[in-house]
Write a protein that binds this ligand. Sequence first.
Ligand code: FAD
Length: 277
Amino acid sequence: MSQSIDFSFEFFPPKTPQGQEKLKVVRDQLAAMNPAFFSVTYGAGGSTQERTIQTVLEMREAGINTAPHLSCVGSSKESLRELLNFYIVKGINRIVALRGDLPSGMGSAGELRYANELVEFIRAETGDHFHLEVAAYPETHPQASNFEADLLNFKRKIDAGANSAITQYFFNPDAYFYFVERCQKLGITAPIIPGIMPITNYSNLARFSDACGAEIPRWVRKQLESYGDDSASIRQFGEEVITRLCEQLIAGGAPSLHFYTMNQAEPNIAICKNLGF
Ligand code: FAD
């Protein structure tokens, strides 16, 4: 099957110089697939922020369209302003704007409490310079009291000036379709791009999914559990499950796909090839 929708890739900033070198290889392999853009995550609370900036600048110097993630929790308006101006000077024109999560015991919440306040701040400071993406949660953000409250909080971000959204990853396409339908009923027309998590390792995926509120369907969990340490079978099954999910999303009208690459080339390339990208 050959597809013609856009797709994008997300990295996290590597911790070591070796990781940084390895990422350059992965980046070039994925760049050859012609994605719309790459994004690089940003750790709330300080520790990894310099590495995000360094990774973004290296990618930019390599001529790759890259969007830094930017979180407001734990940051002052002054430090956010400085970083925004720095990105403008460096030719960055897309940002993924988030509240973030402060690691426990690390500092105070900062001057902006929620991502809608960050979007408002970026628009007030920099006008329409940046294309702003925000986060969306088809299966509901773990701290939200309920689906409806979370939906209205998502709308605040769009109303504040976000151009589009990327979702937390999910494995049940109905959760995405229902969320999009409810957004449309609220008059939201901004594209809502599914976040896609390739499956390569069961224990990491299970831990991650618990923390961010993504549900692994029982049939997927049981199958993955049964493979134990057989990583080849996990990858093969994971590739099938995620390819099928992407096909359903595309058939149902998803505007684009955003891959949480986990800084790996192969699983993402395999899925993209299956989709005819
Ligand atoms: P918000 O939209 O502010 O929502 C946070 C919670 O507060 C929700 O429960 C919401 O319902 C509620 N809420 C929102 N606005 C209000 C309001 N005005 N009043 C009352 N309640 C409100 N984390 C990182 O640290 N670095 C990253 O780079 C990063 N990248 C991500 C990329 C994507 C695509 C996604 C989906 C998540 C990412 N995260 C990242 C995780 C994210 O930071 C966490 O999920 C965080 O807990 C919420 O961030 P948010 O921007 O969605 O927050």
